[in-house]
Design a protein around this ligand. Sequence first.
Ligand SMILES: Nc1ncnc2c1ncn2[C@@H]1O[C@H](COP(=O)(O)OP(=O)(O)OP(=O)(O)O)[C@@H](O)[C@H]1O
Length: 250
Amino acid sequence: MSTPVLQTHELVCRFGGFVATDHVNLCVQAGARHALIGPNGAGKTTLINLLTGYLTPTEGRVTLLGEDVSAMAQWARCRRGLVRTFQINQLFGDMTVLESVALSAAERQGLGGRWWKPLAARGEALDEAAAILQRLGLLADAYELTRNLAYGRQRLIEIALALAQRPKVLLLDEPAAGVPTSESRELFEVIAQLPREVTILLIEHDMDLVFRFAERISVLVSGALLLEDTPEVIANHPRVREVYLGEAHA
Ligand SMILES: Nc1ncnc2c1ncn2[C@@H]1O[C@H](COP(=O)(O)OP(=O)(O)OP(=O)(O)O)[C@@H](O)[C@H]1O
């Protein structure tokens, strides 16, 4: 039986008179490889921001593992397992890959604020970071400065940082944006191998990657969900082809 882990219920977000999210009922099942697609300005980023708590909905609710998290702060949702990848910033750029991921793990373990404690003393966080790097094929880069890595590898580190938060649901917002095709293949091979305990909701503009990765696809148009189905149905749906794929292939 399928279990929804992340759901929106009649979710609405208005900016003044403009409706960016229009009564969206999104349902992401446990272990899903679910993608959210839609043309530019469809409201994908707004919806992700509502899920993470960066934005507050005008109406409607968000539930995570059955719990209403609509009024919850971002960090509280993250603690409950809803984790979004975030861009590597300057801080991480000047750290090694291992240190960066260990810092994320230490933060989750509640050690992050104790900046005076040498990282070497945080053995548990380092062990956890090393295990994540191994899973993502990044162990060889462990002692490289993050900023020295190729862009595709940096995007993988962003995923490693998110995994160190022990996500139940991982929101991947355009993980391959700006990554050369040769590197994005590798990136998606690694994403495809993430364990099923981690449910994945992906927003991605590259349709080849979406159709290779996703088992369910939701199509957002003008803030509203047009339909949700398997990649086969979505790819052949006349309205989707008209509003989205036609545009992408034009
Ligand atoms: N803070 C805001 N204030 C007013 N309008 C906004 C705000 N944020 C987004 N919008 C509008 O909401 C609509 C949806 O934007 P959003 O960025 O969510 O779309 P998107 O599907 O992520 O687009 P893209 O694929 O181009 O990134 C757009 O018309 C945008 O201009």
